[in-house]
Design a protein around this ligand. Sequence first.
Ligand code: GLA
Length: 397
Amino acid sequence: MTLQEMKNKFEKIFGEHDQAGEIRAFFAPGRINLIGEHTDYNGGHALPCALSLGTYGIARLTNDKKVSVVSLNIDETDVRSFDPDQIVMYDPAGDGWTGYVKGVFWAYRQHGNEFPTGCQILFWGNLPVGSSLASSATLGVLTAEIIRELYQVSNVDNIELAVLAQRAESKFVGTNCGIMDQFASAMGKKDNAIFLDAEHIKYEYVPLKLGTARIVITNSQVKHELSVEEYNKRRKECEKALKKLKTVVNINNLCDLGWDQFESCKDVIMDDTLIRRARHAVYENARTIRAVNALRVNNIRRFGALMNESHASLRDDYEVSCPEIDFLVETAQSLPGTIGSRMTGGGFGGCTVSLVEEASIPEFKEKLYSGYKEKYGLEAAFYVVDAGDGVRELPLE
Ligand code: GLA
């Protein structure tokens, strides 16, 4: 769908001229995480990049106090409205997807911002939903950007934008997520990955010089429906392990430990599952730092090997993969043109990320597609992607 088509829909749904503001267009990208999974909320590092796929919004201010939203991906006849000053708590049954939008208005209010008038927003996105490419984060970051621009909020930079959107998702909707997805969507930079230090919310851009390789996303078509519960459970397990470790070492987060320190004090945790959860966090953080160093010296093979190790750790220690994803990753890793492959995002389905020699991509797609279809009866979808820029306003005629 083009922006013009979205604008036409917007005018059809909300009317052409009877409102205060001009009609404007915005975009928030999804993300792919190259390495550093389930480290962000453990005070560690991640290496995501923004995509060119994402969520678009057409928006304008109104004369009344009502916020009205509609999604072309859900149902264009179902316009939902709310008063931005009266948002109390998330109602999963009633709010559904609009919770991610309401939550951002709520977070801005907590931040001290006011909404003297309402607005109308129409959403449409080309990211597969529930596929671990951060579609929910794009909704939050996009809403945060729209609010900042329409209401001329001056005290919010792009990092704060990510923080507000993350607060909406974790404190309002209740997925106790880290900052990575929102950060990547807000701060993405073309042809660069973001080396994110989630504890200090510090970052560096790392040029994605992949030589003759490309990033290939494979969508397993398995939606991660159970993941909120499991995700929150993993966080709790990490907190428990941390509590035990704190009795013998002076740390704030699991990822404050080097792997050698971890090995020397892990027995204090006294629970095999919790030891494995903590081990994943500690080693994955170390792997991410090593992967960035490898990327900086153009050692793509090393980078790929670390991606493979990351997958094994997520599968065996953190237990957030699933058979379909393992099959896609293991098949990919067995192909000669693959440099590295792993699950990406929260887990329990969604997508894998692979580094593949460009010349081998047709064979990669064909082998994965047919093997996967034969084994699981599902049709894998592929996206060959580049790193893109973060959230922004787009010109509209
Ligand atoms: C989800 C969360 C992120 C991060 C990943 C796992 O995408 O939103 O904050 O924790 O899972 O790395």
